[in-house]
Design a protein. Structure first.
Length: 400
């Protein structure tokens, strides 16, 4: 028996909670151990039945009788995330995309329709637009900056609005309050991919969403060496998601849960620093006439207003829309960066750069990208921001 305390005193801030929760007083370790198990062992058959009866009565209490349902390591992470999200419960999945799938699979049935934001994460687009069509589920994409395209496409069959905020790679911020009121008026369920902000900067369930997804691969783990996902839910959809969770086998492994819990200890510290560094880099980039900054920095834009209205902070991921007739000079700019790694994913401690080609955005209906405009994505890491700016400055010399 371990003795692990998750207590959350309402007088404490969440920052303090993250440092003090989940100490293991039985094993006398500051972090809870990794409990690996396929068989969950009991002293008697009677004990198994007792546990199963408890699980029926208290489905979020962490009563498990088989390794696929998790061990204490995964349940501790779920409890911590439930506090962070201020949700009814959090399901954890082996990847962030697993959480996207679980949300959609839980609430849609053949014959249903869903509305999805046009600049959604590319694999989510492939799932909703192409794959679900084969199951007679229709997807309509709405314009993030024109919610008439959302409202006008609602039919009796519409069962889910799937939001991602900001838009993937193009960083449009939407009027989330309006989306929730449209959904409530029409009795439609809502889900949001909240990976960019995490509930540290915006709490979707408290705000009115039914489901909220975070790719734990990014800021939760923070060290670019683990994959995972979380799906926070309110009480209304809990039973639907629980039923789907039972039959999909989309469960996070204890080793990964341990690493994510360890990463969460410093979530606030890392995000505050990503944010401060990104703000400095944004300040520098905003002065460049060839670049349109896709980040909530310039106060006079609709995106800034929508971000300010709903978010308490901005993370380290930003876009640059570069105007240049010379594509080779754009490529040269990116390839000349020395402190930015080239690779997918983000949310780790290091800076990364990507040139977004047509592959990622080509299917979009409302994408305003002229032939001489190019999208670059930067993840601003935890390096000294002055070094990052010096690096970007030298690389920008190649841009024509
Ligand atoms: C916004 C967003 N949602 C979901 C995912 C998927 O997460 P994972 O890579 O953990 O499956 C990603 C990954 O890049 C993402 O950027």
């Amino acid at each position: 028996m371990s003795f692990i305390v998750i207590n959350f005193f309402m007088t404490q801030s969440f920052k303090t909670f993250l440092k003090h929760t989940a100490k293991d007083f039985h094993n006398q370790s500051v972090n809870p151990p990794v409990v690996r198990a396929s068989t969950i062992i009991f002293k008697s058959m009677k004990d198994i039945r007792k546990k199963q009866a408890k699980a029926l009565k208290d489905p979020i209490g962490g009563h498990y009788d088989y390794g696929r349902q998790g061990t204490s390591t995964t349940h501790i992470l779920q409890k911590i995330l439930t506090k962070l999200e201020e949700s009814y419960h959090v399901f954890t999945t082996p990847t962030g995309f697993g959480a996207v799938f679980l949300a959609i699979f839980s609430v849609l049935r053949p014959g249903d329709e869903m509305l999805v934001v046009d600049p959604v994460y590319h694999p989510t687009r492939l799932l909703t637009e192409d794959y679900l069509k084969e199951f007679n589920i229709k997807t309509v994409f709405y314009n993030p900056h024109d919610l008439k395209t959302l409202e006008n496409n609602i039919t009796k069959k519409t069962k889910l609005i799937f939001v991602e905020n900001p838009g993937s790679n193009s960083f449009e911020f939407q009027d989330l309050g309006k989306i929730i009121s449209i959904a409530k008026k029409n009795k439609i369920l809502t889900a949001i991919d909240n990976t960019w902000a995490t509930p540290y900067y915006f709490k979707p369930i408290k705000f009115g969403f039914d489901m909220a997804i975070v790719s734990a691969t990014k800021y939760y783990s923070g060290h670019s060496d683990v994959m995972g996902g979380s799906l926070a839910v309110n009480k209304k959809v809990f039973n639907k998601v629980r039923a789907a969770d039972k039959v999909t086998g989309l469960r996070l492994a204890p080793d990964d849960a341990y690493l994510i819990t360890r990463g969460l200890r410093t979530l606030d510290v890392r995000l505050d620093k990503h944010s401060a560094n990104a703000k400095m880099v944004a300040g520098f980039l905003s002065k460049n006439k060839k670049i349109e900054l896709l980040y909530p920095y310039k106060k006079d834009s609709y995106n800034f207003r929508m971000w300010k209205k709903y978010y308490s902070g901005a993370s380290g991921l930003m876009g640059l829309k570069i105007k240049s007739k010379n594509i080779n000079s754009v490529r040269k700019f990116i390839n000349s960066l020395k402190l930015f790694g080239y690779g997918y994913s983000w949310g780790g401690f290091e800076s990364l750069a990507l040139h977004q080609e047509f592959r990622e955005t080509g299917k979009r209906k409302y994408m305003n990208l002229a032939g001489d405009e190019h999208l670059v994505r930067l993840h601003i890491g935890l390096e000294d921001p002055n070094d990052l700016i010096t690096d970007i400055k030298q690389a920008l010399r190649h841009l024509k």
